[in-house]
Every structure is written in C-alpha cells, then in structure tokens.
Design a protein around this ligand. Structure first.
Ligand SMILES: Nc1nc2c(ncn2[C@@H]2O[C@H](COP(=O)(O)OP(=O)(O)OP(=O)(O)O)[C@@H](O)[C@H]2O)c(=O)[nH]1
Ligand SMILES: [Mg+2]
Length: 446
C-alpha cells in the first residue's frame, strides 16, 4: 500500500457550476475533518459542510462524500469535495489540502493506484483514459464496455487457454519419458489454430475501427479550383479558408475540427494537385499527398463545369495509389453550372454545389463512419495492445514446428512468450498461475 495521500481537481479547468477535488490515501479523512471542522462523514453519504483554509478563512460551502477503503475507485480512502466551479474556489481548496499534508497527484495517479490495488487491470485503465477523450458516441460505447472489463474477459480467456496448453507441455517435459501422444498433438494444434484465428479477427476489426477510436481524419483533395476550400468552409459553417477563382489559392494544408453526426472529425483542406513549377506550390502538393496517406476517408472533388482532361485522370491515379485501403468518396462539384464533365471512368458517389448545400456529402460521411462499427468483434484500443496481440500470434505461429517435432522445450518457450504478451494487456503473468493450472488439472503425484 502506498502511504501518502494525493489530491487533484478532478473536473476540467474553467468556468462551470461545480468543481470536484478528489483526495485518496490514508489521510484523506483526517484532511477533510480538519478543513471542515466536522468529525462525522458517513461513508457514501453526501454531507453539506463549510470548507476553511489553514488560516480559518471560509473558502466555500461544499458537498463532501467519503468512500471508505476498500470500497472506492482506488481501493484507498477517497474523499470527494464538490465545491463551486470557476478558477479560484477549487484551487484554494486544493491548496488547503496540500497545506494539511496531501501531495498533488501526478497525471493518471488515481488510476495507477486503482491498478496497483487490484481494482482495475491495464486494459480497463486504458479504456478509462480513452473514454475521457472519446471522439464519437460509438467510440464511447465501446470504451464504456471495456471499462467494465469486456476486453479483459476476452484476453483472460485467451491467456487461460494458452496456459492450459503450456501446462500439458511442461508436464511432459518434467514428468513423462515419452512424447506427447499424436492425437493430443493434433488437439493442441487445432486449439492454437483457433486462438490464432480469433486474435487475427480481433486485430483486423481493431484496425478497421482505428478512425472511430482516434477520431476520423477526412482529406478533401482534387485539382486546383474545383471548390475544395469552398467545401471546407461550408462544412465548418464559416469562411475559414480563402476562396478565389485563381487556381492555386490554397498553398498549404488547413486542418480543422468539426462534428459530423455523432463524430468529432479532423477535416483537411489541401492545395490543389497539379504539375507545378513554383517551389512553394510543389511543397503544398507534397503535403496534399501526405494528407491522403494519413487520412481515413478521402473526399475526391471534381469540377463538373469543365471538360475532363489529363490532370483529372492523374488525380484519379494518384488517389488510387496513395489511398489504398481507405474509403474514397468521389464527388462531382459545381452542379449549379452547365455540365461539361463527361466520363465513364469515374463512378461518382454524389453530386453537390459546395457554395450552397453539402448535406448530401454530410449524410454520406455519416454513413461511411457509422458502418465501420457494425461488427461486435472485440476491439483493441491502443498501439500497445495491438503490438502485444501481434507478438502473441507470432509466438503461436513459431510454436507449431517444435510441437510437430516434439521439441517441447522450444514449444514451451514460445507459448510462455505468448502468455507474457497477452498478460501485458491486462495484468502481469506469474509462474504460479501455471503451476496452479498444472496441479489443479493433473493431480500430479497426488
Ligand atoms: N458555381 C459554383 N462555383 C463554385 C462552387 N464551388 C466553388 N466554386 C467557385 O470556384 C472557385 C474556386 O473555389 P475554391 O474553393 O477556392 O477552390 P479550391 O479547390 O480550394 O482551389 P485551390 O485552393 O486553388 O486548389 C471559387 O471562385 C468558388 O467560388 C460551386 O459549387 N458552384
Ligand atoms: Mg483552396
């Protein structure tokens, strides 16, 4: 148990009706008693009380709740002080807590204590951290489930299955003279294959929904003058980018945040792509291509009021080569003007007038972002978790050959690595766990 008491303002900094100061540690109750001059705080009851600073001056009237150890988020004594919001009151109370012996908490320290005290595992801690920054309602739903332990359950199941197999191997190494029987080898191989397939599905679903978790990035690209900046301005509902009839108006990428349906997305207006001689324009075009590569969805804009030319064909091939595995929305713009753009090589998804109404595109974007969430496959939410699953799969793969040739030490080594990788997602693996499994299921020596 860590024995100092930490304190922090738990609510966002700024003007609001209330703010919450949180204390965690053995001294939490002593500190609030001192600040309030009150002796009784029934656990889990809201108590209205005055709060004083260390010079006895009244700071505020607040509501205090005491969560008695171990029935709190950190499993320590936790006190929450709900005071009036704004910049001053919460800071003054925090200062008073420190004057009474509390220490300012580091970022994430409450969750860290919850982890060390066994209240949450690492996957749940990550879900909490990301829920706070969720970029869409769908992402928030997934994270809320994971905070409740759905990812943990899945990972623990995989870990348990591997430990079980590992136990067979370890027992054979230590106690059996002979090889594993052929039908057992077949069963183990089948089980490992199934585990690998399940992990691979999880990995794929997680990659597909990366945009959902991190917030989708949408790049608007096309030739100069097709109306990209006009479209950005319309989506943002104000004139963010300069719009003019001069081709090459936008020279740099412009990135803004906007809410589309239930998603908070980053939208990037780019410099028109063409054969340029101007150095600055060339750099701008390079950045346009980079924007395609780093976005999840590409809006490819074409000008319906001009005849199709070789530059349009070039744009299509650039997009195809730079936007592999990305959603590309082909949009015909300026449909209020006489149409001169005839082609059967581009299959347009929608037609708009970006100066006037872009509702169709908004609908299309919403659908593209929502449909990425149809599967209820388990989802990994951080690069750390993704690497751990990749390494697990790699080790399972590498265990097949030694299993076949009955080199059980090497087989065990790879499964051990696989378990450690899985365990790094939730909670560290201890050798006892495997011993328990071995002795539990084999009754060795009785
Ligand atoms: N009639 C009509 N004009 C449009 C439409 N969209 C854009 N324009 C006009 O087309 C011209 C170019 O628009 P921009 O939005 O600056 O085009 P852009 O693609 O950002 O151009 P660059 O930044 O040079 O690459 C401006 O004069 C706009 O007013 C549209 O839907 N209809
Ligand atoms: Mg522009």
């Amino acid at each position: 148990m860590i024995d100092d008491t930490i304190a922090a303002i738990a609510t966002a900094n700024g003007i609001g009706s209330i703010a919450i100061i949180r204390l965690s540690g053995n001294d939490a109750l002593r500190i609030i008693k001192k600040l309030s001059k009150k002796q009784n705080f029934s656990p889990r009851y809201a108590t209205l009380t005055n709060i004083y600073d260390n010079k006895n001056a009244l700071i505020d009237e607040a509501i205090v709740i005491h969560f008695e150890a171990p029935h709190s988020f950190t499993a320590e004594h936790v006190v929450e002080i709900q005071c009036h919001g704004g910049f001053i009151v919460a800071q003054s109370i925090l200062k008073a807590c420190v004057a009474c012996g509390a220490r300012l908490a580091y970022a994430g320290e409450f969750s860290k204590r919850a982890f060390f005290n066994g209240r949450i595992d690492l996957s749940e801690a990550e879900a909490i951290a990301q829920l706070i920054e969720a970029k869409s309602e769908d992402a928030a739903k997934i994270l809320a489930q994971q905070m409740k332990g759905s990812l943990k359950e899945y990972i623990e199941q995989v870990r348990d299955d591997i430990i079980h197999i590992l136990a067979y191997s370890e027992v054979s190494i230590d106690y059996a003279e002979e090889d594993l029987p052929a039908d057992l080898v077949r069963q183990i191989k089948e089980k490992l294959d199934a585990l690998k397939a399940s992990l691979s599905r999880t990995l794929q679903a997680s990659r597909q929904r990366e945009g959902l978790m991190q917030g989708f990035k949408v790049a608007i690209v096309g030739k100069p003058n097709v109306g990209k900046s006009s479209l950005l301005n319309k989506l943002l509902n104000y004139n963010r980018a300069i719009v003019s009839e001069i081709a090459g108006t936008t020279r740099d990428t412009i990135e803004e945040q906007v809410k589309i349906g239930t998603h908070l997305i980053r939208i990037i207006d780019t410099a028109g792509i063409r054969q340029a001689n101007d150095v600055i324009e060339k750099i701008g075009i390079e950045k346009s291509l980079e924007a395609i590569e780093m976005s999840d969805i590409v809006v490819a804009l074409f000008d319906s009021s001009r005849e199709i030319d070789s530059e349009d064909a070039q744009i299509v091939s650039l997009i195809t080569s730079h936007a592999q595995n990305k959603k590309v929305i082909y949009v015909k713009n300026k449909i209020d003007l006489t149409s001169k753009f005839f082609t059967n090589t581009i299959d347009f998804d929608i037609e708009i007038n970006s100066k006037d109404n872009v509702d169709l595109l908004i609908e299309f974007l919403k659908n593209s972002m929502d449909t990425t969430n149809t599967s209820d496959e388990m989802m990994l939410i951080s690069q750390r978790q993704i690497s751990a699953v990749e390494n697990t799969m790699q080790n399972i793969e590498e265990s097949f050959f030694p299993l076949e040739t009955q080199e059980l030490e090497i087989f065990s080594f790879h499964l051990n690595e696989a378990v450690k990788e899985m365990a790094s997602i939730t909670r560290p693996f201890e050798n006892d766990e495997m011993l328990d499994k071995m002795f539990g299921s084999f009754c060795l020596g009785k």
